[in-house]
Structure formats: structure tokens, C-alpha cells
Design a protein around this ligand. Structure first.
Ligand code: MG
Length: 385
């Protein structure tokens, strides 16, 4: 046991069901500007007791996974098997912690209080599951109404389900290959394991139907406040071309001087995003004195700002850039810059504007001594500490 952080989270994201729409498996659908899977990852990763988050994906889902997790730093995903049970078994072998939470990616919101209750229950049990009572009348039925069941004895079981890692691995090993299991608690019980029931949470509901996604979207947006940020940057010409602008290399007789690739447009945009989130400026996060950023592609700075906003549940809505120079000519590269920035922000290209202007040969830009860039970005974010 490593202090208080002795739980790993295993997220099973191997499903291929796409009945809820968008044409991708539901764990890769976007809600509130990020994938369902990324919501699940973030809500587990933020808990102080969780020291590892391992994802199991389906075969052929590598590129969906990569775009779903963005810049988050996670161990490589494990590829699952033909059934959920085989996928879990493949994943738990990669778990190094004493305890494991096994979670379905289609449940994007995991309250910390549920994790606390599950973890406490593992002090006295080898497994624990979150449950909720049934509120509706429950009956048997066929063509006509059958008997009414006593719902006080019945519960709905959610995930994450918590286990002592070696015990759930052993239980999986004994489960017959030709039988399916509804969940991991059933597998532990089959070998006599004691599974505690702790109070679940309505926010753990699984997203299944289109209405569930709409409700999740509304819930995420309820507490968001629109925030605007602006950024400004200048780099002087120095050395050979190309000029990097908006992540695009533009052929030119001279390049821009700078510690990184001197992409003045991405620097202004990074500052606009950091400004909207009130998270300081690019120099705070990437000091020019740090040799790591020498010659670095500026998309790293922008991706970092995006990750900081997404970690806080924020959504980026749009960005508008103005590039101020006499040369090179921006027009022919405008659409590739928009596409490049849209890719980095994971937004449709229609949310990204790139404009160019000159200063009528006045001032340092007018004398072609350098290039200036301004950016404005809009985000929506909850207040955070
Ligand atoms: Mg700069």
C-alpha cells in the first residue's frame, strides 16, 4: 500500500454500440466539449486516492481513443476481448495497485464521495458496489401484469465497482470461459467473495439513449459561465524562413526569431485561452529560460492551455485571430491555418477565424521588422478554486 493512494481505476471502454447516435461508440461521443470517456477519466483522476487510470479499448479503436483523451497522459490502452468479461480480465492484469475500481466508460460522472465509500468498504470486504434503491413499483409480467415484487429488497447496481486486486483477478481466473457475467461483483461472489453495498449516486447513471446524452449535456452546461480572453504577441524577423503561423509553415525569405518556433499566432491564441481561464500567461507555463522549449513547436503550448481548460470541465467555443504584418501574404494560407488551429482545439473549422491586416507601412510591422498577432477566445467554464 502506497500511503493513501492505493487504488487504480480500470475504465472499460471497449464497447462498440453506437445506437445513441453520432455514428461512434457512445464512450467516444462528445458531451460538453469532451468525450464521454474523457469525462470518466477526469472524474476518476481528480480523486487523491487514485494513482493509476488504465483504459481498455476495443480492437481498432486506437485512433478514436487518441482523439478522445487528447493531451491527457495515461499508460497505453489495453485492447479488450470479445466480451466485457474478457476485456476486464485483459485490463486488470495491467493494474499495479492493491485495490482496483472497475468502471464503465458510459458513466462519465463519478462523484468523489462514492469513491470514498467504496474505498472504506474495502477495509472489511474484498469487493464493494454502489447501489441505488428502486423507486418504481416492480412487477413480474408477461402478457398481463404478474406479481408485484418487494422492492425494498431490490437495488440497482452501478459502477465503479471496487475490489482487492488480487482477489478479483483470482475470481476471474475461476469463472467458466463459456459463461457471461453481468458484472465483476457477480464474478467475485461466485467464488464466495463478500461484496459490500454502498450508496450510489444518480449522477452515475449509464448513458444509453439519446435522451441520456441530452440530459448529460444540459447538466454539464448548467453551471458554466462564458468567459472571454485576449492575447497579444510580437516576434521580430531574424534568420531564415519559413515563418510559422497558426501551426503552418509559410515560405518566406526570413523566419521569426524566438526561443520556440516563434509562432506568434499560436502564442497570442495560447495567451487568449489562458486569459479566458485566468490561468496566467504563456511565460508562466513555459518560461523562455527553460531549455526544454528551445525550438519547440508552439502547438505544445496551445495544447497545454486546452488541457488546463478541459481538466476544469471548460469548453472552448471559438477563437478569432488577427495577424499584423506586411509580408508574408497570409491570404493563401488562411484556410490551412484555420484547419490547423481547429485541429488543435478540436473544434469545427467554422469556429476558428483568421484575419490579416497591415499597419499601412507604419510602425515596426509596417517596416517589416516583425509580425504581431492578436487573439480573442471564448470559453465556458465553471468557477474553480
Ligand atoms: Mg511569443
Amino acid at each position: 500500500m502506497r500511503g493513501n493512494s492505493d487504488i487504480a481505476a480500470l475504465i472499460v471502454a471497449a464497447g462498440s454500440g453506437s445506437r445513441a447516435g453520432q455514428g461512434v461508440p457512445k464512450q467516444y461521443r462528445m458531451i460538453g466539449g469532451k468525450s464521454v470517456l474523457a469525462h470518466a477519466i477526469d472524474s476518476l483522476m481528480v480523486h487523491p486516492a487514485i494513482d493509476q487510470v488504465q483504459v481498455v479499448i476495443g480492437e481498432g479503436q486506437e485512433s478514436l481513443y487518441r482523439s478522445a483523451i487528447g493531451a491527457r497522459s495515461l499508460p497505453p490502452p489495453v485492447t479488450g476481448g470479445a466480451s466485457r468479461r474478457e476485456s476486464v480480465l485483459a485490463g486488470i492484469k495491467a493494474i499495479k495497485s492493491e485495490h482496483v475500481l472497475i468502471h464503465d466508460a458510459a458513466r462519465p460522472f463519478v462523484p468523489g464521495a462514492v469513491i470514498d465509500r467504496l474505498r472504506s468498504a474495502l477495509d472489511t470486504h474484498s469487493g464493494a458496489v454502489p447501489v441505488l434503491p428502486l423507486v418504481d413499483t416492480i412487477v413480474r409480467g408477461g402478457e398481463t401484469l404478474g406479481d408485484t415484487l418487494d422492492r425494498s429488497e431490490l437495488f440497482r447496481v452501478q459502477t465503479p465497482q471496487a475490489f482487492v486486486t488480487i482477489e478479483i483477478i483470482a475470481a476471474h481466473g475461476q469463472w467458466p470461459d463459456d459463461r457471461e457475467a453481468t458484472d465483476d461483483a457477480q464474478i467475485l461472489r461466485a467464488v464466495g467473495g463478500q461484496v459490500a453495498m454502498v450508496e450510489g449516486d444518480s449522477s452515475l447513471e449509464k448513458l444509453t439513449y439519446e435522451a441520456d446524452f441530452i440530459a448529460a449535456e444540459q447538466r454539464l452546461q448548467a453551471g458554466l459561465v462564458t468567459r472571454i480572453g485576449q492575447g497579444f504577441d510580437v516576434h521580430a524577423f531574424g534568420g531564415d524562413g519559413p515563418v510559422w503561423l497558426g501551426g503552418v509553415a509559410i515560405p518566406h525569405s526570413r523566419g521569426l526569431a524566438g526561443h520556440s518556433d516563434a509562432d506568434v499566432a499560436l502564442h497570442a491564441l495560447t495567451d487568449a485561452l489562458l486569459g479566458a481561464a485566468a490561468l496566467g500567461d504563456i511565460g508562466d507555463h513555459f518560461p523562455p529560460s527553460d531549455p526544454r522549449w528551445k525550438g519547440a513547436p508552439s502547438r505544445l503550448f496551445l495544447e497545454h492551455a486546452v488541457a488546463l481548460i478541459e481538466e476544469r470541465g471548460g469548453i472552448i467555443d471559438n477563437a478569432d485571430l488577427t495577424i499584423i504584418c506586411e509580408a508574408p501574404r497570409i491570404g493563401p494560407y488562411r484556410d490551412s491555418m484555420r484547419a490547423s488551429i481547429a485541429g488543435l482545439l478540436r473544434l469545427p473549422v467554422t469556429r476558428i477565424s483568421v484575419k490579416a491586416t497591415t499597419t499601412e507601412r507604419l510602425g515596426f510591422t509596417g517596416r517589416a521588422e516583425g509580425i504581431a498577432a492578436q487573439a480573442v477566445a471564448t470559453i465556458r467554464m465553471k468557477d474553480f478554486k
